[in-house]
Design a protein around this ligand. Structure first.
Ligand SMILES: Nc1ncnc2c1ncn2[C@@H]1O[C@H](COP(=O)(O)OP(=O)(O)OP(=O)(O)O)[C@@H](O)[C@H]1O
Length: 964
């Protein structure tokens, strides 16, 4: 090896080994706590500052300073964070999104604290702990990696650690002290952060912003290592270090020179971009914490105060006004986060990049340095910059289509860092770039007035995006992404819209900020500021426009004093606490879901005597009731849901207490038997007759406004249309030889079934049989490996969920999928606006049908009882005018009266031409409802037929299996 190659390799190993320590720390913390610690770099920076303080300022010996810093302070910070920040969050359920916001909060807090304590300037005199000799640093990194690997693999603590990572609750039940494991993980992770900081600080500029960011670029290797493998992390980081060094040997000429130089000094950023944007993502299951996006209504008085406060600086003069001009500009930038994060629920850590691009493009356009374009007046330059930056929103919008939570945070952070390093920090972009104010607005006061006008325009744009059909769809996507998809919302397009609009707003704010400062200053759009802005908007109410204005005033106002960092420290403290604020719709939904689960359990075992009673009821009464006769004489096409529901009522227990049959059985049992027989005769005629009618206006004499929040009744009775059917017959939904897999596991094998119109088809089977997977394949949320799904003759196997909804396939979920921040009526409106018919008038009909047209219609869905939420979900599905209705455990969490009412509605819908597929554990209900039952076991259909036959076979099998 030539001596140059050797030297460069050694230099690369030196950088790589410092970075390897970070990789090891990130992986260990993640493995022991499930938290990707965004604050890792900030801890490194604080430790470097403290070592410098001990040795340089106080004159301690290096060994003493290093001992205190690395063995006391660093692990201490980790244990404090575990005890007071992350343990309370894990007790609350360990929502990864909350821990993400909290770790960003810790980052911002430490950066702000360091700026407060040590100032914002860079220090060049940090003591050198290990000599520049790369072998020493490499030895430290390798020894540490080997030691940690050995502990994880061979010690009892390592086994406990792996158990906690796999399933914390199960590990605790198994007697493992998960808190101790987490505390050890945090202490070790912080120790490695401290070590990285003190090793790196002498060779880079030590300042509160630069070092943390440099360290966080290494997060790429933890992603490459899938947050698990230490050897992969260490080898990757060393390889990047060496490659980065070797690249410095190349000296191309022409346009490639600056690019290569940028790549060779930022190879870790390139790796971060590849890891975050191209590799399969990590941590995709979470959205933003609901408490962060919960909408708190803003009193009008608060707006009046805000307007007065924003007008106040017009009375200022001199430097005060110079500071004030930053507030409206920053407010516009923060409004972009209100759209993307607050309303759309998308984590975006890269808004600073769009703001910076807005300022840079404005400056280039105004200076006549933008390729291919003449010099433009400042305002025109600003407008064109906004237009040019808006489509760049796809840089983060595109990854957001397939990513959520941590993965999206990493992707947007990577884009922010990438733009900062490859665009803002390049000489060809920034050399001598000043930025004037528009003609006539040069003075601070005049410019402030112009900013207020632009802020008002931005507020109007934000308001328009947050209201109406688009606003409701955005809120639905934020509250429950798959629920929104199932309601027909085009989630991918909506995400792109949110990010593109967000980029445009950020560019406008960034350009205004640049004009305010009269220059393009890359430091003003540093990725660390992106984190600070995100944290500020989240803590002050992400879905609140007023919150954005307050955040802007706070950030500028608090940092205007002698020392910067106050605002960051304050925002950091609040962000650390954000996941722990009590209440909010999120909490209410969680409570509802927990209650639902509790209710579900007994129903799972409810089959038994009651099923047999229903399947072998006493003989029917000799003369059917007139209503029942009407039902069996169907095919004339002149009946609607109301009539059918009334028919159901006459057969149900709630039909007016008509007494007992001669055999002493409840009347319902006898009526059920008749229902099965009449169905057998009636349905074929209905097939030819057509589709179900859309739910019609209330019947004469209908009482509206009686819906209750208690959820004890399903008030379908007497509220349905008597309109004749107006549509052609609903097509059947069929599957052909369907096979579905999760990785290598085959969850469905060779499933062929038909869901015909006017029928209720049921799928039953034990847990894990594949029922929900079948549902996902039918609804478009899981792509089958083989086979087809057809709607009539049309192959819809590859259509996404929202497209299927728009064709008329609606679904409900096993776990409730309402939108908690929207009212009951808004929930249903989303279904009506986005579904097949897109008919707003369907809202009232659906609300009436499900008994939700009373005062409950105006209540937020959060906090309603399970029964009411099930009705909301069903009303939303029906409001879209579906032809096929897929119901996943619709009776879960309902009481007996609610189940009875639900059954009546479902029968009426089927009788009116709809095709229903029901997955249900409650075999009583299945026996009562279904025309055809498919029994699934281990991913296959093992029996099909009418319920009495199929369930009898199951009974017989149960009896055979039962011990004698
Ligand atoms: N996302 C997933 N990744 C891997 N395996 C999965 C996933 N979802 C389901 N499975 C597995 O696929 C099989 C079928 O699961 P599915 O949820 O479809 O069953 P199910 O009949 O609906 O059960 P349950 O009644 O409990 O809801 C199970 O073995 C389950 O563990």
């Amino acid at each position: 090896m030539s001596s140059l190659t050797y030297d460069l390799t050694l230099a690369g190993l030196s950088v790589g080994s410092a970075a390897a320590l970070t990789g090891i720390g990130l992986v260990v913390t993640y493995r022991s706590t499930g938290v990707l610690n965004f604050a890792h770099g900030a801890i490194a920076m604080v430790c470097a500052y403290v070592l410098r303080q001990c040795v340089v300022e106080w004159g301690w010996p290096l060994w003493a300073g290093a001992t205190v810093t690395l063995l006391v302070l660093a692990p201490g910070i980790g244990m404090l964070l575990e005890r007071f920040v992350f343990r309370p969050l894990s007790v609350l359920g360990g929502d990864p999104a909350q821990t993400l916001v909290a770790s960003i909060g810790v980052f911002v807090l430490l950066v702000g604290g360091a700026a407060l304590l040590w100032g914002q300037g860079a220090r060049e005199d940090t003591p050198e702990l290990v000599s520049a000799d790369p072998w020493g640093q490499l030895a430290v990194a390798l020894l540490l990696a080997a030691g940690v690997g050995a502990v994880i693999r061979w010690t009892r603590f390592g086994r406990e650690l792996r158990a906690v990572v796999d399933d914390r609750q199960l590990a605790v039940l198994g007697g493992i002290d998960a808190d101790r494991v987490a505390a050890a993980g945090w202490a070790f992770g912080s120790f490695t952060a401290g070590l990285t900081g003190v090793l790196l600080a002498p060779y880079v500029r030590l300042d509160p912003y630069g070092l943390p960011l440099l360290v966080m670029e290494v997060v790429a290797v933890a992603v490459v290592a899938r947050m698990r493998s230490l050897p992969v992390a260490v080898v990757t980081v060393l390889a990047i270090g060496v490659a980065q060094s070797q690249l410095t040997r190349l000296h191309p000429s022409g346009w490639g020179a600056p690019l290569l130089q940028a790549v060779s000094t930022n190879l870790f950023v390139v790796a971060l971009l590849i890891a975050a944007l191209a590799l399969p993502s990590v941590g995709t299951r979470d959205a933003l914490p609901r408490t962060a996006t919960a909408r708190v209504p803003t009193p009008t008085g608060a707006w009046i105060v805000a307007v007065v406060l924003f007008l106040l600086p017009l009375g200022f003069a001199g430097s005060d006004l110079h500071t004030s001009v930053q507030v409206p500009a920053l407010a516009v930038v923060l409004l972009s986060l209100v759209v993307v994060t607050g309303r759309g629920g998308q984590i975006s850590l890269g808004q600073a990049a769009y703001a910076g691009l807005g300022a840079l493009f404005t400056a280039l356009l105004a200076a006549g340095r933008f390729p291919g374009l003449p010099r433009l007046p400042e305002l025109a330059a600003l407008a064109l910059a906004v237009v040019l930056v808006a489509p760049l929103g796809l840089l983060t919008g595109w990854p957001a289509i397939s990513r959520r939570g941590l993965a999206l945070a990493l992707a947007t952070f990577a884009v922010g860092v990438g733009v900062s390093r490859f665009v803002f920090a390049q000489p060809y972009a920034i050399a001598g770039l000043s930025l004037g104010r528009p003609a006539g607005f040069d003075g601070d006061r005049a410019y402030y007035v112009l900013e207020l006008v632009l802020l008002a325009a931005a507020l109007l744009a934000t308001w328009l995006l947050r209201r109406g059909r688009t606003g409701r769809a955005l809120a639905a996507m934020r509250d429950h992404e798959s629920g929104a998809s199932a309601a027909g919302v085009q989630v991918p397009s909506l995400k792109l819209l949110a990010f593109v609009s967000g980029a445009a707003l950020a560019a406008l704010g960034g350009g205004m900020l640049g004009m305010g400062l009269r220059a393009f200053d890359p430091a003003a759009y540093d990725p660390v500021r992106g984190l600070l802005w995100f944290a500020a908007v989240v803590v002050l109410g992400a879905d609140s426009t007023l919150g954005a204005l307050v955040a802007a005033a706070l950030l500028v106002g608090l940092d205007a004093g002698a020392r910067g960092g106050v605002a960051a420290a304050l925002i950091g403290v609040l962000a650390v606490l954000v996941g722990r604020f009590p209440g909010g719709p999120h909490e209410a939904l969680r409570t509802a879901t927990t209650r639902l689960r509790r209710h579900r359990e007994p129903r799972l075992t409810s089959r038994g005597t009651r099923v047999r009673h229903r399947l072998h009821p006493p003989p029917p009464e000799p003369t059917p009731s007139p209503t029942l006769t009407g039902l069996t004489a169907s095919g004339t096409g002149a009946r609607g849901l109301e009539e059918r529901t009334a028919a159901g009522e006459s057969r149900g227990p709630a039909s007016g207490g008509q007494g007992q049959t001669a055999a002493g059985e409840p009347r319902r049992a006898a009526a059920d038997e008749r229902t099965w027989r009449s169905r057998g005769r009636a349905r074929p005629a209905e097939d030819a007759d057509g589709d179900h009618a859309p739910l019609g206006p209330p019947a004469p004499g209908d009482e509206s406004g009686t819906g209750d929040a208690g959820g004890n009744t399903m008030a379908a009775e007497g509220r349905l249309s008597t309109r004749p059917r107006a549509h052609p017959p609903a097509p059947a939904l069929t599957t052909h030889n369907l096979q579905a897999r999760y990785g290598t596991f085959t969850a469905l094998e060779d499933i062929t079934l038909t869901v015909p119109p006017t029928h209720i088809t049921a799928v039953v089977g034990p847990n894990g049989a594949g029922k929900t997977t079948l549902f996902h394949c039918l609804a478009g949320t899981h792509r089958p490996a083989h086979g087809q799904v057809r709607l009539g003759a049309r192959n819809i196997t590859h259509l996404p969920a929202h497209a299927r909804t728009r064709l008329g396939i609606a679904r409900t979920f096993q776990q409730l999928s309402v939108f908690p921040s929207l009212t009951v009526a808004e929930n249903v409106r989303v279904g009506a606006e986005q579904g097949r018919l897109q008919d707003p008038s369907a809202v009232e009909r659906s609300l009436r049908l499900l008994g939700l047209d009373g005062p409950v219609r105006s209540l937020p869905a959060a906090g309603l009882p399970t029964g009411a939420l099930r009705r909301v979900e069903l009303a939303r599905a029906l409001a879209g005018g579906p032809r096929i209705l897929l119901l996943d455990e619709p009776a879960a969490g309902l009481d007996t009266a609610e189940v009875t009412a639900l059954a009546r509605i479902l029968k009426a819908l089927a009788a009116d031409g709809m095709a229903l597929l029901v997955v249900e554990h409650d075999l009583d209900l299945v026996a009562d409802l279904a025309d055809t039952v498919h029994v699934m076991t281990a991913g296959r259909i093992v029996a099909s037929g009418p319920p009495d036959r199929v369930l009898d076979v199951l009974d017989a099998a149960d009896t055979r299996e039962a011990p004698a």
